[in-house]
Write a protein that binds this ligand. Structure first.
Ligand code: ADP
Ligand code: MG
Ligand code: ZN
Length: 498
C-alpha cells in the first residue's frame, strides 16, 4: 500500500501540475490506412487484411475521412492546422502491433497550439491550453488467459486480436496545466468531460469510455508551493471513466506528496490505475522520445489539406455544447432544475426537433419530459428509441392547438402511434378522435346560455371575464361534452360582446 499525504497538506505544501493525454477512436467506417471495418465487438481477427497485419509488401493509404475528423477536432480546439505534415514511424515492440512500429505524427502534428474553455462546477471557466492533436493508428488487443486477474502476470498464455489494429486515433495533448491547486482533480475531470462532449457534438466518435473509444492518461507532478521549475511527473495510463480521472489525479497527488515530504524523489514512470480501489500502481519506466527512433514514414505522402478545405470545415464546427445548452435555456426562459430534467431525460435534441417541426417549445418540452419519458421508462428504453418521431409529436401538438382533438385525445393518438397502429392521422381517424361539432347546436347552446344568465353576462361585460366559466359549463353540458372548452369560451365572450 502506498503512503498517502493528507490532501490538504499536499495542496498547502505543493503546487500540482497536470498534463492530459486523450486518445479518441474516430468513428470512421474504415481503418486509418486500409479498408477494414472499424466496428466494435466483432469475432477476433475478422477485421484484418495484409496492411493492418503488417504483411511484407503491403502499403498503407491515408483515410481522408479520418484526416477530416482530425482537422475538425483541431479547429474545435482553436488550433492552427498544419498545411503540410508528414506521418512518422514510432518504433517499439508490442505483441499486439504487428508492424513493430506505429504510424503516428511526431514533430509535424496536424493541429497545434489551441485551447479549450472548460466549464467548472461553480460556473466559472478554466482555459486549458492544447499543445497538439495528432493522428495515429490504434494497436490490437492482447487477452491474457489462465490467470486470476486477466493481467499478464500469472497468465498461462496470451491471445491476440488484431481487429483494433489500425483503427484511426487522434491523440490530444494539453500543455502543462498549472495553478489549479486544490482544484486540480476537478479541473482534470472537467476537461475530459468537456472534451468528450465536444467530440460527441462534432460527431467524430461515439466517445464510449467503457469501450475504449475515449482513453485518458493523466500526467501529474508536484513542485514546492511557489517554485517555478516543474517536478518529475508520472503518467497514469488508461483512466477509463470521468470519475476515475478525478480519483487518479487526487491519488497521485497524495502519493507523490508523501514521497516528497519524506525527502524522497519521484521516478518518471507510467502507472496503472486500479478501478477497484482508486489507487495507482507502478508500471514501466518511461521511455523518452529518442528511444522510439522516430523518422518520417516513407510509405505515405504528407498530409497537405488545402486552405479552402480547412475554411470549409471550419463552418461545420458546432457551438460548444455547454454554451449551446445555456443559450437554449435562456431562450426558453426555464430554471436550472427544468433544464436538468430535460438533459437527464435525454430530451434536448428531441424537443428541439419537435419545435423545429412547428411545435411551441413549451408543449414539446412537456410532451417529451413528462408523458413520453414515462412511456420510455415503462418500456425500459432510451427516450430517443421510442417509436414516435419528433415530427409526429409536433403533429399531435398542432392538432390540439387547432382544437381538432382534445388533450385526452392527443394521448390516445400518441399511444396509438407508439403501439404501431400507423401515423397520427391514421390513429385519429381510426379512433374517431376528431372533435365532432354540430355547429348550429353549439351556436344555439351559446345563445341560450347568454339569454338565460343576464346577471353573469353583466359581470363579464364589467370586465370579469372569468365569470364566463359558468356559461362555458352550461354549454358543455348542453353539448354533452362534445365541444372544445377553449373554443366555447371564445364563443361565449364574443356573444356577450355583441
Ligand atoms: P509522453 O510522450 O511522454 O506521453 P507527451 O508530450 O505526449 O509525453 O505528454 C506529456 C503530457 O504531460 C503533456 O500534456 C505535457 O503538457 C505534460 N507535462 C509535461 N511535463 C510535465 C510535468 N512536469 N508535470 C505534469 N505534466 C507535465
Ligand atoms: Mg504521449
Ligand atoms: Zn486492414
Amino acid at each position: 500500500m502506498d503512503e498517502l499525504l493528507d490532501y490538504d497538506e499536499v495542496t498547502t505544501r505543493f503546487d500540482p501540475v497536470l498534463g492530459m493525454e486523450v486518445h479518441v477512436e474516430l468513428g470512421t467506417t474504415t481503418k486509418m490506412f486500409c479498408g477494414c471495418p472499424t466496428a466494435f465487438g466483432a469475432e477476433p481477427n475478422t477485421h484484418v487484411c495484409p496492411v493492418c497485419l503488417g504483411m511484407p509488401g503491403a502499403l498503407p493509404v491515408v483515410n481522408s475521412a479520418a484526416v477530416e475528423s482530425a482537422i475538425r477536432i483541431g479547429l474545435a480546439l482553436n488550433c492552427t492546422i498544419r498545411p503540410w505534415g508528414r506521418f512518422a514511424r514510432k518504433n517499439y515492440f508490442y505483441p499486439d502491433m504487428p508492424k513493430n512500429y506505429q504510424i503516428s505524427q511526431y514533430d509535424e502534428p496536424i493541429a497545434s497550439n489551441g485551447y479549450l474553455d472548460v466549464p467548472l462546477d461553480d460556473g466559472t471557466t478554466w482555459r486549458v491550453e492544447i499543445e497538439r492533436a495528432h493522428m495515429e493508428e490504434d494497436t490490437g488487443k492482447s487477452l491474457h488467459v489462465g490467470g486470476a486477474t486477466g493481467r499478464i502476470h500469472g497468465a498461462t498464455h496470451s491471445l491476440l486480436d488484431f481487429n483494433r489494429a489500425g483503427v484511426p486515433l487522434v491523440e490530444i495533448v494539453t500543455k502543462p496545466i498549472e495553478g489549479a491547486g486544490e482544484r486540480a482533480p476537478e479541473v482534470a475531470r472537467a476537461y475530459v468531460t468537456a472534451l468528450r462532449e465536444l467530440l460527441f457534438a462534432l460527431g467524430v466518435s461515439d466517445v464510449r469510455m467503457d469501450q475504449g473509444s475515449l482513453r485518458c492518461d493523466c500526467n501529474v507532478s508536484l513542485k514546492p508551493t511557489g517554485a517555478t521549475e516543474f517536478g518529475t511527473r508520472t503518467e497514469t495510463k488508461n483512466v477509463n471513466s470521468l470519475r476515475s480521472v478525478e480519483v487518479a489525479v487526487r491519488y497521485e497527488m497524495r502519493r507523490q506528496g508523501a514521497i516528497l515530504s519524506d525527502g524522497g524523489t519521484i521516478i518518471q514512470e507510467t502507472r496503472h490505475f486500479q478501478e477497484a480501489d482508486g489507487s495507482t500502481s507502478d508500471g514501466r519506466r518511461k521511455e523518452t522520445a529518442e528511444d522510439y527512433r522516430y523518422f518520417p514514414e516513407p510509405d505515405l505522402t504528407p498530409v497537405a489539406p488545402a486552405a479552402e478545405w480547412v475554411t470549409e470545415l471550419k463552418q461545420t464546427i458546432p457551438e460548444l455544447p455547454w454554451l449551446r445548452r445555456a443559450r437554449i435555456q435562456q431562450e426558453w426562459g426555464v430554471s436550472d432544475a427544468v433544464m436538468r430534467d430535460v438533459i437527464n431525460a435525454g430530451a434536448l435534441e428531441l424537443i428541439l426537433q419537435t419545435a423545429a417541426a412547428g411545435a411551441p417549445a413549451e408543449s414539446a418540452r412537456s410532451w417529451w419530459v413528462a408523458y413520453l419519458t414515462q412511456q420510455a421508462n415503462d418500456r425500459g428504453i432510451p427516450l430517443a428509441e421510442l417509436p414516435i418521431s419528433p415530427t409526429q409529436v409536433a403533429e399531435v401538438i398542432a392538432l390540439v392547438g387547432a382544437r381538432t382533438i382534445t388533450t385526452a385525445g392527443a394521448r390516445t393518438a400518441v399511444d396509438g402511434v407508439l403501439a404501431g397502429r400507423g401515423s397520427v392521422a391514421d390513429v385519429v381517424a381510426a379512433e374517431g378522435l376528431a372533435i365532432a361539432i354540430d355547429e348550429s347546436a353549439l351556436e344555439q347552446a351559446v345563445a341560450e346560455a347568454i339569454a338565460n344568465n343576464p346577471d353573469i353576462v353583466e359581470k363579464i361585460r364589467g370586465g370579469k371575464t372569468k365569470a364566463a366559466g359558468a356559461l362555458v359549463g352550461q354549454v358543455m353540458k348542453a353539448m354533452k361534452g362534445k365541444a372544445d372548452a377553449a373554443r366555447v369560451n371564445e364563443l361565449v365572450l364574443a356573444g356577450v360582446d355583441s
